[in-house]
Design a protein around this ligand. Sequence first.
Ligand code: SF4
Length: 326
Amino acid sequence: MKQKAVILFSGGLDSTLSAKLTEDIFELYGVVFSTPFSRVNKRVFELAEKIKLPLKHITIGEEYFEIMLNPKFGRGKGMNPCLDCHIMMLKKAKEYADEIGAKFLITGEVLSQRMMSQKSSDIVKAEKETGFSGKIIRPLSGALLPPTDAEKEGIIKRERLLGISGKSRKTQFKLAAKYAITGFGTPAGGCVLADKIFSKRIKDAIDHGELDLLRSRHLMTGRHFRLEKGSKLVIARTAGEDKFLKANADNFIRISSSGAPGPGALLSDMRDIDLALSIMARYSKKTHEFIILSARHGALSASESVDERIVKASPASEETVKKYLI
Ligand code: SF4
C-alpha cells in the first residue's frame, strides 16, 4: 500500500513535476495557499484535476501580517519575507499531513533557484523550524541533498530523485514535454510582495500601522496616495476597480464623481479632503464635481449613508500628484 504524502502544489511547473515524479510512489494530497497578498487562480485547480491530484485550499489570513512585520529571516528585494512565508506554509502543510495521517511532505523546491528561500542553508533552516527534519522530499533536487527518511526506509530510491539546481529551467521544460504537462503558471505565481511599487505601498502601510485584511485588499487596487496630514487616498483606475473599492469601503469615506462618469475613491478620514478632491479632479476628464459619502456604517446603500454632500474641486498640478503618489 502506498504511503500518504502531502505536496505543496502552487500550480507552477516545479510542483507539478514533483507530483508527476512521485505519484507512483505516494498517495498524494495537494495543498495550495492564498495569503492576503496572493490569490489562487482557478487554473491551479484545473491543473490539479488534470493530473488527478486532490487539492485543498488553505487561506492564511491575519497571522500572515506577523511575518510581514517581523520576518525572522529577513526580506528579499521587495517586502517579500520568502523564507518565513515558506516556513509558515510548510507548517500548515504539516498540520494537514498530521490530520490525514501522511508522514511526508513533498515540495517543488529547486536548490539555488531562488535566492531567498532555496539555498541549502535555507532548506536546513526550514526543516528545523518546521520540526519535520528528514520528512520533506524535494524530488527535483533530492539527489543533491542529504537522504530523507523516505530514502532511509526504502520508500523512495535515490536514483528516482533529480539533481537540478540553479535558475535555468531547461531540464524542467524537457520534463514538461515528456509528461505532456501544460497549463502551469509562472514561478512565484500571483505573489506581489517582491514587486517594487507594491513594496512601497506595503512599507507605507506598515509605517502608518495600517496592515490589516481590508486595507491589504485595497493595496492591490488603484492609485495610492499618502496626503499632507497623513490621510490615505485610493483612486480607482477602472470601473472594475471602482466596484471593488465600493464593495470594500467599510469605515472609509467614499468619494464618487457627480454628474458625469469619473473616478471613484476611498479616503481614510477628512483631514486632507480638499487635497484628495483636487487629486481626484486631476484624474477626472468629464467632471470636477464630487459626492462625498461617509461609509462609516459599512455598506454604501443610500439608507445607511450619512454626511452626503456635493463639492467642486480644482485639479491639482502634476507636481502635487507626484509628491503624494506612493
Ligand atoms: S514569493 Fe511570496 S508567496 Fe512565494 S515564498 Fe515569497 S513571499 Fe511567499
